[in-house]
Design a protein around this ligand. Sequence first.
Ligand code: URA
Length: 182
Amino acid sequence: MYNNWEDLEKSIVDCKKCKLCKTRRNIVFGSGNKQAKVMFIGEGPGADEDMQGIPFVGKGGKLMNMALEGLGIKREELYIANIVKCRPPNNRVPEKDEASACLNYLRNQVMLIKPEIIVLLGNTALKNILDEEYKITALRGKWIEKNGIKYMPTWHPAALLRDEVKKIEFWNDLKEVKKYIK
Ligand code: URA
């Protein structure tokens, strides 16, 4: 674990800890406020993120941005990262070895940010951060407290694209989170 961002960022620049390094264009390290009270964790970069090196800039990300804006939450207030920092081919779910190879970077980011709240976007984030047995369908919208951090599991933004009910649930979950920001 590194106790400063510079060393952590340097350590990842040429990461070859898993096979995703062979197909990635850019490492998507994470973006936002390094003193954020709230951190968002997604699954892994898609095509747009892989091109730009920034998390959640594609279709799902735009939808998430709209929800954040609607609730008066600025992306700059948050820190956003993913379970894996390199794009899984064809946007498949990251495999176990890929997630475990990458998780220490994320843990290091959490250690440096010290967020009060972590929003877990979808099953992959929920399972890798809290418990392999957890399911987003059962736990979304419910606060889970662990080691002094409050977790809010919610839908992954990509799941909202064609589902109006999930959009409303996502909105309500973020509204819960907003209570703690302001
Ligand atoms: N999906 C994710 O899980 N993360 C991103 O950064 C983009 C899409």
